[in-house]
Design a protein around this ligand. Sequence first.
Ligand code: KDG
Ligand code: MG
Length: 405
Amino acid sequence: MKIADIKVFVACPARNFVTVKIITEDGTIGWGDATLNGREMAVVAYLKEHIVPCLIGKDAHQIEDIWQYLYKGAYWRRGPVTMAAIGAIDIALWDIKGKVAGLPVYQLLGGKSRSKIKVYAHANGESIDDTLNNLEKLIEQGFKAVRLQCALPNSKGTYGTLGKKKDYYELQSNRPLPPEHAWNTTKYLNFIPKLFKAAREKYGMEIELLHDVHSRLTPIEAARLGKELEPYQLLFLEDPVTAENQAGYECIRQHTTTPLAVGEVFNTIWDSMDLISRQWIDYIRVAATHGGGITPLRKLADFAALYHVRIAPHGAPDLSPICHAAQAHLNIWANNFGIQEFVGFGNETLNQVFKHPLSYKDGYVFLEDKPGLGVDYDEILASNYKYKRSYLPVTRLEDGTLWDW
Ligand code: KDG
Ligand code: MG
């Protein structure tokens, strides 16, 4: 079944997304997500200039061979642009294979390990009270696990909020240049345990709580934070330090029993090889899009299972519903699934452009049984929402030093 055409769409229904459509000779369509937040057009160019011409006429069923051809065959391996492009192609090919087989993708992976997907939501706030009010609303919606992020007192625009506008930084597509945020590690380390203490005092120990450090600490600082958070029993502490130097996690691990999660910026299994095989982490968060698709994520899940590491795929709103659907199939299948980050598909425009098989109820996401991924993309409607260049914020210390995101 030959690939007849591949189209690449970039549109901004609520925020920027890059979407790939593969069409086979018999008219079967597969959809893939190639969105790389803040660097979208680099992936578009990589796909159009360097991938699409090589795939026309290839057999769409040869998913493994096509993946190896794009990964090994390029000579230049890894990297977020390359892997998001390969990821979109791979996701779309699994969609096609499922449609041809008349089966949901999770059936092709090995069938269901569970009937529903446990998710965590985000409670972001300007202050502890504000964050806890948002936590309460999520508990009322049935969430069993919530990530708490709170702006530091007297420090503008850190952690999930953009000051008084209550603008949620992970959702926006209207920052034509990167805004700059201030960071102060001392204030942060003194403040975050107070947030979790207040949450536990008010809501008890049953609700699972999480926190994302966004890699802003050194290993020994993260070790201290992990220790101080132990009484509040987090489900996991995410990205305590950057992971280029994986041994940073060994240092944290030696000091704390707070579970650790990492991986949303990883692109290959190699990025987490030491972290997993040395059991320095508990959850691996690689996304289907950024990790090169369903093919490598299946291998990563099996590798992680050998070391008691569970998958908890990245689920920020800058991954499209196509990536979320691909991850739902992996999550339903993998025995070592942990939890899925989920901030909803509340935006009406987004839901009109992307039809998806996911629904939320009482702390879980449900995946409708449909052949392939179960997604559809309205390319005509999407063409009304033009791409807008937009960046994530950058972070600087109060003296101006550029800091980790
Ligand atoms: O594009 C960057 C976002 O995806 C990131 O800020 C989200 O850290 C994130 C998370 O855990 O969802
Ligand atoms: Mg994160």
